[in-house]
Design a protein around this ligand. Structure first.
Ligand SMILES: Cc1cc2nc3c(=O)[nH]c(=O)nc-3n(C[C@H](O)[C@H](O)[C@H](O)COP(=O)(O)OP(=O)(O)OC[C@H]3O[C@@H](n4cnc5c(N)ncnc54)[C@H](O)[C@@H]3O)c2cc1C
Length: 325
């Protein structure tokens, strides 16, 4: 019997969409496998009612709801996950691909002596190994980690199965003695980002720009478009290296992998390292002044033109359209 444990990440009491997707993905794997149970670990004071109807399948979620878990603390989180994993005799631990999981998964692999595989898209069943894109997304390779237990960081490009009805999830509040919360590394300052656009890795629509935007000020157009569409702004590495956008928005091999339903590539040439990050995007729209730019090969719709002319027109048209709705 395989026992899968899924880490559910919260921020400010809200469980991340990427964690909900990871849970549902693991439920699908368990269903395929036929010999697996899924449980979860959720750290932090969270109103679990928010998870009603969004988590698929059957399972137990262990909730370490003490205030001490409200703010991420590497050592505390590592400890509560490792303790739960061992106590429940789990065989595999799953994370969504986030900055937090990239930090604690390696610690956990040492703590529980597990193989760690990041960027997994998962195949038919984890027992047969998982798939992972290699060489800038050019190939899909299969990996079978030799050591048990196993930790997987699921790529955000992994397709999320549709579960029309929620599952039957049972929450168990952990007793304080089950989750020791001494402060080895107290949090000195917690900086809370204001309400803003969605994270580029989780957004349904991404409007990305590259060198062709001409500078940081050129991205104001993309911000306008993203705002109208309810999407997030992304960037090529060139735009990030130039300091026009933060690294958190970089898409590609050394940035984030995104899987939006709609992706705009504006003034982006379409280098293989950039395309590695958008392999699972739905519809790709490219706007580029060079009709031979490689990005057009990866696009569903291509617009040859100057972004400084095309984008304002597109924004005006969209405003008109939205006014009529
Ligand atoms: C190990 C490694 C890792 C990398 N990781 C990443 C990564 O994660 N993400 C990433 O993006 N890159 C990555 N790169 C860099 C990548 O190889 C490219 O250099 C980069 O993606 C190019 O960015 P760009 O398309 O913005 O710029 P360019 O390649 O310079 O392209 C600019 C494009 O804008 C067009 N353009 C110019 N002016 C206009 C205009 N006014 N209107 C419309 N179009 C215009 C041009 O025709 C051109 O196609 C990596 C490279 C290496 C070696």
């Amino acid at each position: 019997m395989n026992k899968f444990l899924v880490f559910l990440e919260q921020r400010e009491g809200i469980v991340k969409q990427s964690s909900i997707s990871a849970w549902n993905r693991v439920q699908e794997l368990a269903a395929l496998d036929g010999n697996s149970v899924v449980s979860g670990i959720l750290a932090g004071p969270v109103d679990t009612l928010q998870l009603d109807g969004v988590l698929a399948g059957d399972g137990v979620i262990y909730h370490a709801g003490e205030d001490g878990f409200g703010v991420y603390n590497q050592e505390k989180y590592t400890r509560v996950v490792a303790d739960t994993f061992k106590r429940e005799a789990c065989t595999a631990l799953f994370f969504a691909d986030t900055a937090l999981s990239r930090e604690i998964a390696p610690r956990l692999s040492v703590r529980i002596q597990a193989s760690l595989l990041s960027g997994s898209t998962t195949g038919k069943g984890v027992a047969d190994g998982v798939s992972r894109r290699v060489y800038s997304g050019s190939f899909l390779a299969s990996f079978v980690p030799t050591r048990q237990p196993r930790i997987y960081i699921l790529s955000s490009s992994a397709p999320v199965p549709a579960f029309p009805d929620g599952g039957r999830i049972h929450f168990i509040d952990m007793e304080p003695q089950q989750c020791s919360v001494e402060d080895f590394f107290p949090v000195v300052r917690n900086i809370i980002m204001g309400e803003g656009p969605p994270d580029v890795a989780e957004a349904r629509i991404v409007v990305a720009g590259g060198r062709g935007m001409g500078g940081a000020e050129g991205f104001a157009l993309l911000e306008q478009l993203a705002l109208l569409l309810g999407g997030a702004v992304g960037a090529s590495r060139t735009a990030v290296d130039a300091g026009w956008r933060p690294h958190s928005e970089q898409i590609g091999q050394t940035g984030k992998t995104v899987a939006p339903a709609l992706y705009f590539a504006c003034g982006i040439s379409g280098a293989v390292q950039h395309l590695a990050g958008i392999g699972s995007a739905g519809v790709v729209v490219a706007i580029n002044s060079d009709r031979d730019a490689p990005v057009f090969d990866a696009a569903d719709y291509g617009l040859v033109g100057d972004v400084h002319i095309v984008l304002p027109k597109l924004i005006d048209l969209l405003k008109e359209f939205l006014k009529k709705q």
